[in-house]
Design a protein around this ligand. Structure first.
Ligand SMILES: [Mg+2]
Length: 119
């Protein structure tokens, strides 16, 4: 499935610090048959910058403006700290990341996706 990750509050906090496990979880999902995308209300350029910062630019399928997936690509699953986005597309609502080094929200995302897979 095509999984779209929000950036601000989901993968990074307001200071731009990465959430624990961000890179690992993105790489793990991208290494399966899932298509992983980063999107942001701040636009495709910002999402691409975040992908480079996280070191996942070669692993993910693409970056785009929030709610504007690449043509022909369905949004199957959204990971976001904005309840409206998760309600709209389905997916996983995370608590906005503030900087807690013991934060385990993205491991919860990984578990939820793996649990939803057949077999
Ligand atoms: Mg957000």
């Amino acid at each position: 499935m095509n999984i779209f990750f929000d950036i601000q509050g989901t993968l990074l906090n307001e200071q731009g610090d990465p959430r624990p496990n961000a890179r690992e979880v993105l790489l793990k999902l991208a290494g399966t048959d899932h298509g992983v995308y980063l999107w942001s209300t701040a636009g495709e350029g910002y999402a691409a910058e975040a992908a480079r910062f996280l070191g996942v630019e070669d692993a993910i399928k693409g970056c785009c403006l929030k709610r504007h997936p690449p043509e022909g690509i369905a949004v199957d699953y959204a990971v976001d700290d904005d309840e409206g986005v998760v309600e709209e597309y389905g997916g996983y609502l995370v608590v906005p990341y503030g900087g807690d080094p013991s934060d385990g929200q993205l491991l919860g995302v990984l578990e939820a996706i793996q649990a939803s897979e057949p077999g």
